[in-house]
Ligand binder design. Structure first.
Ligand SMILES: Cc1cc2nc3c(=O)[nH]c(=O)nc-3n(C[C@H](O)[C@H](O)[C@H](O)COP(=O)(O)OP(=O)(O)OC[C@H]3O[C@@H](n4cnc5c(N)ncnc54)[C@H](O)[C@@H]3O)c2cc1C
Length: 463
């Protein structure tokens, strides 16, 4: 991009930070090395600034890619030369928290962790949590329909958003900052932007529901023979009164073992020998109550669930060691370069048979394949990384997908649970999503963004 164009961008977006391609190349692109392939980055400070940038791009024929925290795992924020990044980092503000109505209005560039801290002052929380909380933004989470640790209880981002504001591809502003749960006033168009990965507009402000935060919490690591046993434990705690199950994360043995090794845990530091490990979070009025409820609850269901071993954390350090096992998943990337990774939803009680089937199917492709499997147990969302360096060939990737996605749609599951489609799952979308749904999506994209200004080539291929 010429110096003249960069200068024109500075004039069109007077209050914004503007970086050229050279500046971008010298910066950290976040979780995807392709994020900073663009020719320029513009960081406006408000909705009007975003609208000005969009109008400039629409008039000059540039395509625009919105970026928040750059923690996305589906390549949705990847850019190429000639494109311009709209960085939402300048819209980083918790504008309002209404403790009575339990709602928040936030700028799209606000990190989740910032909102969590601001809401906690009022005894509230956003009701959604994920390991990238320090960097991922509310706008990015809306745009990928993020799920995370608490989705089994509170739903995904789609269920937390009450209203939103977005700049459309022609620069006009869609404004629906509804703050009430009940509104039945025609088509609920905000949902078009949730999970759209920036292909239909740029989300600038969001109205969210908040929930009361538990006074304290306790963590346990429980060893079980299989996922069915872990699910029995979860049902038990969900049925308890006076406490609140806040997390139920599952780690298959191979994943837990490699994580413990990479994190440098001493042998025996945590009970990690069972075929499946369950990390449980329980909220209550005090730490003592939460710990006792975990101990008593596990004792009550020990035999029925076939529990092999278990440990209730007695210190924050011990709880943190349990959570690091589940959350510091970039350790897998230190073992393997760009390992092929997947994110599926498996319905009902089918987790054990699903894992057994994919273990066998992957071995048929390559006898050395042994997947790392972990995820959000209570909503059946499994993350799967293959123990090989990537990127693998297109044919091999498709063969792995065929094993992983076989029968999922028919059973009511999903080939993309919470990370989105972006570039990574675009082929899978074309092969596995309902053709009528795809045609409708293409028609909506054509109607809203005829010039293909917004994040072209993501989710839907071609112009
Ligand atoms: C360690 C780790 C753990 C994770 N755990 C989870 C998890 O448990 N659950 C889960 O759901 N995800 C998880 N993720 C994925 C990721 O954090 C989420 O997808 C997150 O929602 C992305 O937010 P972001 O601000 O980083 O978005 P980015 O990566 O910047 O962008 C993601 C997509 O959203 C678009 N976008 C960003 N901001 C806007 C905007 N304002 N308007 C329109 N489009 C926009 C981008 O164009 C891109 O398509 C994890 C990621 C990491 C690295």
């Amino acid at each position: 991009m010429s110096e003249t164009l960069i200068a024109e961008l500075r004039v069109a977006c007077p209050n914004a930070v503007v970086w050229d391609g050279a500046e971008l190349a010298s910066r950290d692109p976040g979780f995807d090395g392709r994020n900073f392939g663009a020719s320029a980055l513009v960081r406006p400070t408000d909705t009007a600034g975003v609208a000005g940038l969009v109008k400039f791009c629409a008039a000059r024929g540039f395509s625009l890619v919105a970026q928040g925290g750059r923690t996305g795992l589906a390549g949705g924020a990847a850019t190429i030369a000639g494109q311009i990044i709209c960085d939402l980092g300048g819209l980083n503000k918790v504008e309002e928290i209404d403790p009575f109505a339990r709602t928040a209005i936030v700028g799209a560039g606000t990190p989740l962790g910032t909102l969590q801290v601001a809401a906690a002052v009022h005894g509230l929380e956003p009701g959604i949590d994920l390991a990238a909380r320090g960097s991922c933004t509310i706008g990015g989470m809306v745009s990928t329909n993020a799920g995370g640790i608490m989705a089994f209880r509170n739903g995904t981002m789609r269920h937390r958003v009450l209203g939103l504001e977005a700049v459309l591809p022609d620069g006009s502003v869609f404004s629906d900052l509804t703050r009430v749960l009940k509104t039945s006033a025609g088509y609920d168009l905000k949902h078009l932007f949730i999970g759209a990965e920036g292909t239909l507009g740029i989300v600038t402000r969001v109205a969210l529901r908040l929930d009361p935060v538990a006074g304290a919490s306790a963590t346990a690591l429980v060893g079980v023979p299989d996922a069915a046993s872990a699910q029995r434990i979860v049902r038990h705690f969900l049925g308890q009164t006076g406490t609140r199950l806040t997390a139920a994360e599952i780690l298959w043995q191979r994943f837990a073992a490699v994580m413990a090794k990479m994190l440098g845990y001493a042998p025996g530091q945590l009970p990690l020998e069972a075929p499946c490990l369950l990390v449980l979070g329980l909220g209550a009025d005090s730490v003592d109550v939460a710990q006792s409820a975990l101990e008593d609850g596990l004792a009550a269901i020990w035999e029925e669930a076939g529990i092999i071993d278990g440990l209730v954390a007695t210190s924050e350090a011990q709880a943190s060691a349990m959570w690091r096992l589940r959350e510091e998943t970039e350790m897998i990337e230190r073992m393997h370069h760009l390992p092929p990774s997947f994110d599926v939803s498996v319905p009902g009680g089918g987790l054990d048979s699903y894992v057994a089937r994919i273990e066998a199917g992957l071995k048929e492709i390559d006898a050395s394949f042994a997947p790392y499997v972990f995820g959000h147990l209570a909503d059946g969302n499994l993350h799967i990384s293959i123990n090989t360096d990537g990127p693998v060939s297109h044919a091999l990737h498709e063969a792995i997908e065929d094993v992983l996605y076989e029968g999922l749609n028919e059973a009511g599951g999903s080939f993309s649970a919470e990370h989105g489609v972006g570039l990574e799952k675009r082929d899978a979308y074309e092969r596995h999503a309902d053709p009528v749904k795809q045609a409708l999506a293409r028609a909506i994209k054509g109607l809203m963004d005829p010039g293909n200004v917004m994040n072209p080539g993501k989710i839907i291929s071609g112009p």
